[in-house]
Write a protein that binds this ligand. Sequence first.
Ligand code: FES
Ligand SMILES: [Fe+2]
Length: 349
Amino acid sequence: MGRTYPLNHWYAIATSAELTDRPLARMICNIPLVMFRDKDGAVAVLEDICPHRKAPLSSGFVVDGAIECGYHGAQFDAQGRCIHIPSQDVIPPRGMTVTRFPALERHDMIFAWIGDDKRATPDGIPDIWSANTDPGWTAVHGYHHVKANYLLVLDNLADLTHLAFVHRSTIGASGRTGWFNNPLRVAIDGDTVRTSRTMRDISPSGFMLMTGRFAPTDRIDRFQTSDFFAPAFFTVVLGGEPAGTQEEMQRPHHIVLNSVTPETEETSHYFWSVCRTAALGDQHITDEMYRLTRLAFDEDADMLERQQQAIRTDRSGRPLMNFQGDQGGAAMRKVIARLIEAETEEQAA
Ligand code: FES
Ligand SMILES: [Fe+2]
């Protein structure tokens, strides 16, 4: 199997809260990276290997905004230039640099550009993260390390018919009707895929009951609009209105922001936020929302890891099959395949 992710893109690599005054190591797209903050607090991302004897830089410390190798103390600045070698005055003129990757910090998330750094553009990150920090929302954040290819995680987000099965005893307990009886609309626009579904005259979701937006006996119309931004960002907007009152529903009750970053071909970093517009600032609801979301994504991760294991030992050689609910996921995979192909052609040219 070839590489399943394109390189010339921004990927989420950490949350802001994770990056303190110590180096943070993380493998992204099969490249070991180390992150740290420079003197001004800006994020620096370097390849996690010291050119001296190839120890991981992340085994060291952050000293005055530079990273100090934990083995013999060589220091590197945010650009990856060696600025100090404790045991000698002279820095070798060649060979003592570390590859650096463009990085950006926005709305409590840290992103890195993994491919050709000359092509990195700040506007390449879709502006979908503001609900993480905007006072009009209350957000909970989480991270799952998933032992499955990132496309399997994206498939899981794109096909919500799994709710009634994977989450039968948690967030999917309210039944299957809404998700099964209403067709999914799919619209592809360049590198984005929008899937949406309207579900009329059904019960409110568990989260809508939790915030007090609706009562258990209410009948409501619900909508779900998911946007995929290739290759690795995925938002799900969920909302509802009293049944029969609105043709076009747009007001979100909550948004799930997802960022799925390949770690290796068979493992992923999954960053998520659930941001709500109701019961703002209510800590009990915030804690409960975090607990339930974490539980649900634990259930997803468990299934995804079993799925990856089954794919690894699959003897059939047959491709994955698509059900109707996979239309969004299939469109998403097509966009990603096109991006990888374009990169491969460029490299060959
Ligand atoms: S291995 Fe890093 S300074 Fe020696
Ligand atoms: Fe799920």
